[in-house]
Design a protein around this ligand. Sequence first.
Ligand code: IMP
Ligand code: MG
Length: 336
Amino acid sequence: MSTQIVDCIVDLQYGDCGKGKVAHHLCKTGGYTHVLRYNGGANAGHTIFHNGKKFITHQIPAGVFFGITSVVGNGCVLDPVQFFSELKMLEEGGVDTKGKIFIAENTHVITSAHKEEDGREGARIGTTGRGNGPAYREKYGRTGKRATEFPELKPYLVNLYDEWFEKKDVKILAEGAQGFGLDIDWGDYPFVTSSHCTTPGVLLNGLPPGAVREVWGVAKVYETYVGSKKFQPEGEVFDKIADVGEEYGATTGRRRQTNWMNMKNLERAIRMNGVTHVVFNKVDVLRTVGAWAVYDKGSKVEFKSEKEMNDFVTNRLTSIGVAEKNIFFSESKDKI
Ligand code: IMP
Ligand code: MG
């Protein structure tokens, strides 16, 4: 009998919180046999600093940077054009991808028609235009196409039952895309993406609940959102945060709207996803701006210093069961 262990990375806000960095860190230290992308399509943009070089991946999981078998799971939708161009980009950047990248054979495919439709109709939500919504709609409408129908994908296909259960003991790092605030069920509908960005979304890729061990929730010390709804309040400080934080989307280059962190949303995301570890990124940004605040219980709470804010947040998280030693405040682009 083989065993299955899964550690998950879940974005607690609206995407772009630095999941790629956490994935990169865990890949170095976790002894994983697989890295699994469990939701989303080419709408994601993971920025990874590897050996001093910046890489942006959209479809391919971070494991490939460490020679770990990387799987695009059936919870995702896959754009073959983007997939092959990314393979090429990685190879040209000196990353060996041979025999390391796989696609679940029951993954649905994003076609050029999906991208055209999303480009035409996506403005209402402010989508990335990558065909995500139309591809999932066809999947659930039972008119979509699975990866098995595309000969060029054949060399990459795997059956996830065989991969997880038939070969050997597996230890999987499950890397999500987007975030809890964009989740199809728990996000601010309709300003959401079309997939499950949650810990349960990991399980949809053929994994049993009991396999889940650690759940790493990733947040920023302020919030950002890209899309059509109004998110950023009035006030110069928010533009400053966006400037200092270089808040531009990795996929579309759009400027992200910013706001203070919302404690209720954060708590909800931590509890519903069963988060065991929390990484707060971009602490250095608020330090440079010189302002610290959160929304809590319907009003804004301001802090005089970084320490005061971190203590407040840490106390709240420990009160809902996150161990203090598992809470990290990070200020570096390439480590936790
Ligand atoms: P879609 O996922 O392209 O359909 O876009 C739906 C919403 O999710 C839009 O507001 C997008 O800006 C947002 N979104 C999609 N992918 C990401 C991401 O990787 N980071 C941040 N926002 C995203
Ligand atoms: Mg991103």
